[in-house]
Design a protein around this ligand. Sequence first.
Ligand SMILES: [Zn+2]
Length: 316
Amino acid sequence: MKKVLVGYGIDVDAVARWIDTKDGSRADPVEISRGMFGALVGIDRLLKLLATYDIKASWYIPAHTIETFPEQVSRIMEGGHEIGLHGYSHEYVSHLSERQEREVLQKSIEVLTSFSGRKPSGWTAPAFTTSSRTVHLLEEMGIQYDHSFMHHDCQLYMTPYSDYGAVPTAYQGAHNLSRSAAAWMKRMPNPEVSSLVTVPANWHLDDWPPFCPGDNSSNGFIDPYVVERMWKVHFEYCYEEYNEFVFPLSIHPQISGKPQIVKMHQRLIEWINEFEGVEWCTFEEMVDRYKQGLISGYNVIKAMGTNEEIIPTHRR
Ligand SMILES: [Zn+2]
């Protein structure tokens, strides 16, 4: 008997995604209107879709979205969904100082907690970028799980710390040319594991790259049937190869709230529901089941083997 946990992680980036210009350059009012569409139109379309199939999802909401669109976010809460962290204004964490990263986390935990009456347990990194400090900070602030890392694509696992000392290869530039190559020719030490669980993120199970026009990281004009087929093939492979797995999708109201993509989700949900052993749940529920031993997962540390400096000959 298969055991498959399927769920939607919904990033309500709204306006926050577009006013985070990183360098303070002016945000484009039309981009802001796309964000407003997400909050004002997209959320309700997705809520209706999920209600039709009685699916509870995990909504990762920048605190800026909650403060700007409280009515829409209230409707998410009323639908019985989970809400989780996604920065204040969708800050790219890899660009922040430690102080800024800490301030953003504290403020967004505060806003989500006072809005929902409950401390959030999950976090998704805006644009799936983290710093090497992030896992430590999330742990320090009592967050239970992450949905950003990509060590696996269909198994839950304990999140490794990411300050494991991988040495960047640096030989360009006048200064670096005088360096010895010995400076970077070092094996990456094995990471240590944190108390967080990762619900794996996956760019190939995300609606932004194929469907968001005018953004550097995306194409924007992929036929929804192409993406639907790709997601189905991913699911089929996992169903054939694993007795137990998770299928976490990442979507955005300003993208998946478009008519042609809502229809794609309808078809996908109905197709997935034909498989035996499938259960839709929030990411928080996936993590709870994993911690209780009700679904198996992956172990990054075990997979990497011993922490020897030199890799044994037979495993080279
Ligand atoms: Zn986002």
